[in-house]
Design a protein around this ligand. Structure first.
Ligand code: ZN
Ligand code: ZN
Length: 241
């Protein structure tokens, strides 16, 4: 078996420790070198979007959201660094459609889930145009590979415009593309977590939180009854102006 990312042959030697455990051995689908490129956030991060940031409160991007949306909407955590390795992986996975590559990050997502399994995880729908083009839902496949349970609570009601092709200003003005499904059970959970792949300007996730918040009737920061948070696999820190 070869590494899913770089293709080198995987050495499947058992360590002495593994031999003594008498437990099922789970072999990784990627090599040690590739594994080392998957770096989880541990350092100080922006309270808003989860990018590395050592100063108090919010980074410049997040400050721009202030005043436009409720403060609770500007809260996101990112799991992995968006380094060159992850960018390449993301391109091959999402845009070239190599669905097998979902396995590369499954353990990182799974580990994050273990600490956040009290929330109901939800995903945002693809536009029909994107789905027709890709033939798969990239975020859904990530969670399936990681064995993380999730709900599909939204209908897509947008016009199919691609986020990536918009300028920052247009993204901020983006019309609400999501609507909570009519039969969605409000009481199902008090805690919601919207999971997405890469956080860029935050517009998509914020619209998702807004739609969920409206449905749950949350209009203030002190929404103690419900909690809506978001987590992205990574945070793109490039400046989009
Ligand atoms: Zn490799
Ligand atoms: Zn931020």
């Amino acid at each position: 078996m070869n590494c899913l990312v770089c293709g080198q042959l995987l050495k499947r030697e058992l360590s002495f420790h593994q031999l003594l455990q008498f437990l099922p051995i789970i072999f990784s689908d990627i090599c040690v070198e590739c594994e080392e490129q998957l770096i989880c956030y541990q350092e100080e991060v922006c309270a808003g979007c989860g990018r590395p940031y050592s100063q108090e409160s919010l980074c410049r991007d997040c400050r721009r959201w202030q005043g436009q949306v409720s403060a609770w909407m500007i809260q996101n955590r990112a799991i992995l660094h968006y380094n060159d390795f992850l960018k390449e992986w993301f391109y091959r996975y999402k845009y070239q459609g190599d669905v097998r590559l979902a396995k590369v990050v499954q353990e990182k997502i799974r580990n994050f889930y273990k600490d956040h399994s009290d929330a109901c995880w939800v995903i945002l729908p693809s536009s029909p145009q994107n789905f027709a083009q890709r033939q798969f839902h990239p975020v859904k496949e990530l969670l399936k590979a990681a064995d993380v349970p999730f709900e599909e609570v939204f209908d897509y009601i947008g016009n199919g415009e691609k986020q990536a092709e918009k300028t920052r200003e247009n993204r901020l003005k983006m019309r609400q593309p999501f609507r909570v499904k009519e039969n969605f059970d409000l009481q199902a959970s008090k805690k919601y977590l919207i999971f997405d792949d890469v956080y860029t300007t935050g517009a998509t996730l914020i619209r998702g939180k807004e739609a969920l918040g409206e449905h749950l009737n949350i209009h203030t920061l002190n929404a103690e009854e419900y909690q809506i948070q978001s987590v992205s696999l990574a945070r793109d820190v490039a400046d989009y102006g």
